[in-house]
Design a protein around this ligand. Sequence first.
Ligand code: NDP
Ligand code: HEM
Length: 497
Amino acid sequence: MAEDLKSKQMTTDAGRPVGDNQNSITVGNRGPIVFEDYLLFEKMAHFNRERVPERVVHAKGSAAHGTFTCTHPDMAKYTTAKVFEKGKKTPTFLRFSTVGGEKGSADSERDPRGFALKFYTDEGNWDLVGNNTPVFFIRDPLKFSDFIHTQKRDPETNLKSPKMMWDFWSLSPESLHQVTILFSDRGTPDGYRHMNGYGSHTFSLINAKNELFYVKYHFKTKQGIKNFTREEADHMKSVDMDHSQSDLFHSIEKGDFPKWTVQMQIMPEAEAETYHINPFDLTKVWPHADYPVIEIGELELNRNPVNYFAEVEQAAFDPKNVAPGMGFSPDKMLQGRLISYPDAHRYRIGVNYNLLPINEPKCPYNTYNRDGSMRFGENGGNGPNYEPNSFGGPTQDKKYIERPVTYNTATVGRYDHREHDGDYYTQPGNLFRLMTPDAQERLCGNIAAGLGQVETRIQDLQINHFYKCDSKYGEGVAKAIGRKIEEIVRKEELVHA
Ligand code: NDP
Ligand code: HEM
């Protein structure tokens, strides 16, 4: 407990000093409680409202404050963003999470890990809301709720369901890349300090000459990658459900501050037109051989939250929050997320969520948005609440106008991404091939643990996909669930018959 609280007079929420916090007001020693016990009713009513809805995804999380230091000598080549001035230190808040579990679920579940970073820059908050993987399961936000339903509980049994997961994945082969990462050793990191983070989407940076560069962000752990095997992860659930929370909190508490090297891949605007991979497809990476990473800085976590609810539970990350000198990209998933997050926050913690101290910008901010539920602070005081006005209210400055984007004359419609890019297999195959034989075997075993429980028709479809990534991948999974590859893969496609 904070020292300064120890000797203070306890009061009600309205400030009335409390005389007795141990005994309710009753009619006589053994009698019933009376209505005028305002203290009892205030405590009970407040307690009943202690929970806000948990996040619909990423409900279980841990976070810490830190600092991003830009070390790159000349980021001005790419951007006017102040966060990227050489030597600049920007306060940050990083929330890690698992995705599919409830708020009380185990930290060692096989799941992607969230890596949500808030940079409190001098020109507004920049939120980079990424994961510990560079890609995602789907490429169109229209499929997000369908996908997430498969990761949550079965509507009938209320159990997690390998059937739902593999049914969806086998019918959505664009998921193969992320599925391969998820079932690899990196699907069960040993705590949050020992994993990488990725912005995942393609974003843009804009320099003073108004030139645009597409970029991807990578955060490489300085603690080294450390993962649990499937058996270790399962064991950890029974030993310490909150292993990652505990590991993060205690290492920061003892001064062992975790750090990440921050890197970027950079693609000049014109190259996006001709690059052989769609650079805005979230199921694909930009291979390092094509776009090498450059180091731009270091992220350090060095301060634990003092109050979990105020800082971690009420934190609201918005992928739409970018600073001047930054922008988005045509990535459909990113576009969907720009709308989804603020909508989720308004539902979960209310329309004025940006005023909560953890979300409030640390630079001056002046908007004409007013009122609404739980509008605390001065609410704009007696200043004008409309714009334009002739009373000295805040005004626009055209230097901050977003850079216009040109889209060639194109027809509006529902384009089937499967007709335009059916190569689901090359990149997951590349990943499989860079794994050691041991890691490949663990990958196949991890997959088999769930896929082995579902109907054979779903197994067949999924193993055919794995086979197309790499014949050894398909064979490995078939073997791990006790099936013969010849019975699964069509004869004309068998390489190793
Ligand atoms: P590289 O050989 O240059 O890079 C391989 C990357 O794979 C490294 O970043 C490595 O991370 C990472 N990696 C190693 N094991 C795993 C795993 N089990 N799960 C996820 N990532 C892993 O090859 P390319 O750039 O050509 O990419 C080949 C494949 O590597 C891709 O298809 C993709 O699956 C994966 N990858 C690529 C990334 C990229 O941005 N290009 C980023 C992350 C993964 P580390 O350096 O930390 O060991
Ligand atoms: C949390 C939607 C894709 C990373 C959330 C939340 C929603 C959501 C509604 C809960 C927000 C809250 O209540 O605070 C979506 C939609 C997506 C999508 C609609 C696709 C169209 C992604 C992708 C990533 C990602 C691709 C990573 C690359 C996260 C993280 C959180 C989160 C890290 C937790 C943030 C925190 O710590 O508070 N998402 N998401 N999401 N999402 Fe997504």
